[in-house]
Design a protein around this ligand. Structure first.
Ligand code: ADP
Ligand code: ASP
Ligand code: MG
Length: 470
């Protein structure tokens, strides 16, 4: 039996966390026979290595020299502390110190180049932001070797092949499967534990790409798919998927079982605990997925299954995404005119922006949709160009955006066919004088999304959470 275990930033965030992670790896190996590990960059809050790497590079772009140097100092401190805490001087300490040191030197050199050139391309960002994973896996693998278990750090640039859409690359499944099998199977056959970098990948010509922020969960699913493993477990710092983000709602509880569809909706609408692309490789290959807490391994966490029974009025969890704009195209001349929606979203696509939620009034006099705040102006420019004639003829009166809004989403497969859920949700907000700006129901009927003012996000989430009964 083979198990893929993915460890998030906090699970490898310090020497102590890496020790606990190593225990979990070895216990699982004793039970399952074969274990494949995928790990993130070190991420002990508040120092998250990937954030640091990006912040330094960004500041270099802005012509500033001290921030990336300070970042390099912090990177040395965080990684060297872990190395000192884990590896003995008689063993691989010097070697791993030198390897990590090389990455940090390379980071400084790249930031220097960014500063000199005044340019930071998406391609450079991927090379830079992926270094955290390359450092952490080397430390973890060396520690496992030190305690007597063969392990090898593997850069996923050798395994996951993607297109060249830097910063959010799309994997090419056939090539990825073939490369992953060719590189990882022989290690497993020899009893070696592969410790693979999450997040990073490479184009066919070997240029580093990344799968998007939080993408290590997706890496684990891709590796699981390629090796046709029995299960994928995501180890993080909370007891599985919870009824709400525990940082927003103190009374949030862990959910024992969720369906693929439910967890996909949650992930898509902001529940950061799982990257939204993780589910597809698992669903398509019938690979069960589990989310567990590295710091509380006895807790069962959450199991993701194909279907869940309806229960308890259906609302299982609530989630939110903030910093959005609601763009509206409105005009009396739109009534019944075919093709307006297609042209609207064509113009959005031309601006290379993806839409998170769409809502259309039944009279067809307006269409509105949510996009990230920082992209709203670009979208409006593209819409104005597309509808130039209609605006001139006054068929379209106005294209405008309401900024700083949030989408609050309630999720639960049991909502399907359970009357009154939407009413209860709206009442929960109405009673608190929280205004709903727009509404959309997921096509799967297992989610309802509400757009609210950004300032009302936490309160809305919390009052809807009160509706979730055990
Ligand atoms: P990792 O580094 O392990 O991938 P992340 O920070 O990416 O960890 O994801 C885990 C975090 O997701 C939790 O610490 C929690 O704050 C946040 N989170 C947001 N929504 C939820 C939710 N519904 N259930 C559990 N955690 C959530
Ligand atoms: N380290 C990467 C990030 O912070 C990937 C991950 O943690 O999943 O986005
Ligand atoms: Mg994550």
């Amino acid at each position: 039996m083979t198990l893929v275990m993915k460890f998030g930033g906090t699970s490898v965030g310090s020497a102590q966390a890496m020790r606990e992670t190593a225990d979990l790896i070895l216990n699982a190996r004793a039970e399952w026979g074969q274990v494949v590990v995928v790990a993130s960059a070190m991420g002990s809050k508040p120092v998250k290595v990937t954030d640091l790497l990006l912040r330094g590079a960004q500041s270099a772009l802005e012509g500033e020299e001290t921030t990336y140097q300070e970042v390099a100092r912090l990177l040395r401190q965080v990684h060297y502390e872990a190395i000192d805490g884990l590896l003995s001087p008689e063993g691989e300490r010097q070697k791993i110190l030198a390897e990590n040191g090389k990455f940090i030197e390379r980071y400084e050199a790249l930031c220097q180049a960014v500063l000199a050139l005044g340019e930071l391309t998406p391609r450079a960002l991927d090379t830079i932001s992926g270094m955290g994973e390359q450092m952490s896996v080397r430390i973890l693998a060396a520690y496992l070797r030190q305690i007597g278990h063969p392990a090898e750090a593997v850069d996923a640039t050798e395994l996951i092949v993607t297109d060249d859409n830097f910063q959010s690359a799309t994997p090419l499944p056939k090539l990825t499967n073939a490369k992953t099998q060719a590189r990882i199977r022989p290690l497993l056959d020899q009893g070696i534990i592969p410790i693979i970098t999450g997040f990073i990948s490479a184009t066919q010509s070997g240029i580093t790409t990344t799968l998007g922020r939080g993408g290590s969960d997706f890496s684990a699913a891709l590796v699981g798919q390629a090796l046709q493993v029995d299960e994928v477990w995501i180890w993080t710092d909370v007891d599985g998927v919870m009824t709400a983000d525990p940082r927003l709602v103190q009374s949030a509880r862990s959910i024992p079982t969720l369906s693929y569809r439910e967890v996909s909706e949650l992930a898509f609408f902001g529940a950061k605990v799982l990257h939204p692309k993780t589910m597809r490789p698992c669903v398509e290959n019938n690979i069960p997925l589990r989310i567990k807490n590295t710091f509380n391994p006895a807790h069962a966490g959450t199991v993701i299954v194909p279907d869940t029974p309806n229960g308890n009025g259906g609302v299982k969890a609530v989630t939110a995404i903030d910093k959005l704009s609601l763009v509206t195209v409105e005009g009396k001349g739109m009534l019944g005119v075919p093709g307006i929606a297609a042209r609207t979203f064509g113009a959005v696509a031309k601006a290379q922006v993806s839409v998170l939620l769409i809502s259309q009034a039944s009279s067809e006099q307006s269409i509105c949709f949510a996009t990230p705040d920082e992209l709203a102006d670009k979208v409006i420019r593209s819409l104005n160009a597309e509808f130039d004639e209609e605006i001139h003829r006054q068929d379209i009166d106005r294209i405008w955006a309401q900024h700083s809004v949030s989408i609050v989403t309630v999720v639960g497969a049991g909502m399907r066919g359970t009357p009154g859920i939407a009413g209860r949700v709206f009442t929960a907000l109405g009673q608190q004088n929280l205004n709903i700006i727009a509404i959309a129901q997921g096509s799967s009927e297992c989610s309802i999304s509400l757009v609210v003012d950004g300032q009302d996000t936490a309160q809305s989430v919390s009052h809807i959470h009160d509706l979730i009964v055990a």
